[in-house]
Ligand binder design. Structure first.
Ligand code: C2E
Ligand code: MG
Ligand code: MG
Ligand code: MG
Length: 261
C-alpha cells in the first residue's frame, strides 16, 4: 500500500510539473516573440495632488499587447525577471515612455528592475533616451526587493543617476525587508507607500502604521506618494496625514497617452 501511494503521489506530481513546464514554455516562446516584435507599449498613470487633484506627474507602466488584449505585468513580470528579458522589455518601455511624454511639461517616473540597473550601460542608455531634457523631471522607481539584490551595484547606479539630477523613489515601500535604519544611507528622494497599507488603513493599527511611515519619511526628508487610492475616505485620510501626492484608480487609471494634434 505504501509503495502504491508513493507511485500515485509521484504520478500526480509529474503531471502537475509537466503542465507547468508546458505553460512556461509557451509563455517563453510568446514573450520572446513579443520582445522581437516590440509588442510592448506603455500606459501612464497620473500622480495627483491630494488637495487640488492637479496632475503632478506621470508613471509609465509596461503593457504587453497580446492578441488584442493587454497583459499586465503580474502575468509576465516574474518570468521576465528570471529569464532576463526584463532588460529588453524595460529598456523598450522607458524609450517609448520618454518619446510619448516629450511634449508634456510634466515629470515622468519609470520603473527599473535590479537586472536593468546591473547593466553596465544603463546610465548611458537612459541618457541617450532622455536626451537634453531636464533630469530633475525624471524619477526612477525601484522596489525594496530589487535594491537588496546586488546592493552595491544598484546603489552605485542610483547614485550616478541622482548626481545627474534624476530623483529616486523607493517603490512598494514596506513590503520588502529593508531595515528602517538603512533609509538614511540609501540614495533616495521619495517613498511610495504600497497599496497594501491603504487597504488596511480603516483599522486603528493600520492607520498607526501609516502615520509611522509618514513620520519616518519626514524625518528623512523624503517626499511621500500614496499608491492605490480607490476610495474617497482613503484620499481624505492621506490629506489629514499631510501626504500631498497620490496615485490610484479613483484619481486616474493607467491609460495610453492620446496623441495630440
Ligand atoms: P508599481 O510600480 O507599484 O505600479 C503600481 C501598480 O498598481 C500598477 O500595476 C497599477 O496599475 C496598479 N494600480 C494603480 N492604482 C491602483 C488602484 O487604485 N488599485 C489597484 N488595485 N491597483 C492600482 P501594474 O501596471 O500591473 O504594474 C505592476 C508592477 O509591475 C509595477 O508596480 C512595477 O513594479 C512593475 N512594472 C510595470 N512596468 C514596468 C517596467 O517598465 N519595468 C519594470 N522593471 N517594472 C515594471
Ligand atoms: Mg495592474
Ligand atoms: Mg512604480
Ligand atoms: Mg508600487
Amino acid at each position: 500500500l505504501e509503495a502504491k501511494r508513493t507511485k500515485v503521489g509521484v504520478l500526480v506530481f509529474d503531471k502537475h510539473l509537466e503542465a507547468q513546464v508546458a505553460a512556461e514554455n509557451l509563455l517563453h516562446r510568446e514573450i520572446n516573440k513579443a520582445v522581437e516584435e516590440e509588442q510592448f507599449c506603455v500606459h501612464f498613470q497620473p500622480i495627483v495632488d491630494t488637495t487640488t487633484l492637479q496632475v503632478l506627474g506621470l508613471e509609465a507602466l509596461a503593457r504587453w499587447e497580446f492578441n488584442g488584449r493587454l497583459r499586465e505585468p503580474r502575468e509576465w513580470l516574474d518570468y521576465a525577471e528570471t529569464s532576463g528579458l526584463i532588460v529588453a522589455i524595460g529598456n523598450m518601455t522607458f524609450r517609448k515612455a520618454f518619446a510619448a511624454t516629450e511634449r508634456f511639461d510634466l515629470p515622468v517616473a519609470i520603473n527599473l528592475s535590479a537586472r536593468q540597473l546591473a547593466e553596465p550601460t544603463i546610465v548611458e542608455d537612459l541618457a541617450a533616451a532622455w536626451g537634453d531634457r531636464d533630469w530633475s523631471m525624471l524619477t526612477v522607481e525601484i522596489t525594496e526587493g530589487a535594491l537588496l539584490q546586488d546592493e552595491q551595484q544598484t546603489v552605485s547606479m542610483l547614485a550616478q543617476l541622482r548626481s545627474r539630477g534624476a530623483r529616486i523613489a523607493l517603490d512598494d515601500f514596506g513590503t520588502g525587508y529593508n531595515s528602517l535604519a538603512r533609509l538614511a544611507t540609501l540614495p533616495i528622494d521619495i517613498l511610495k507607500i504600497d497599496q497594501s497599507f491603504v487597504r488596511n488603513m480603516s483599522s486603528p493599527p493600520g492607520l498607526a502604521v501609516l502615520r509611522a511611515i509618514v513620520a519616518l519619511a519626514a524625518a528623512h526628508d523624503l517626499e511621500v506618494v500614496a499608491e492605490g487610492i480607490e476610495q474617497v475616505f482613503e484620499l481624505e485620510t492621506f490629506v489629514e496625514l499631510g501626504v500631498r501626492r497620490a496615485q490610484g484608480n479613483m484619481l486616474g487609471r493607467p491609460a495610453a497617452a492620446v496623441p495630440v494634434r
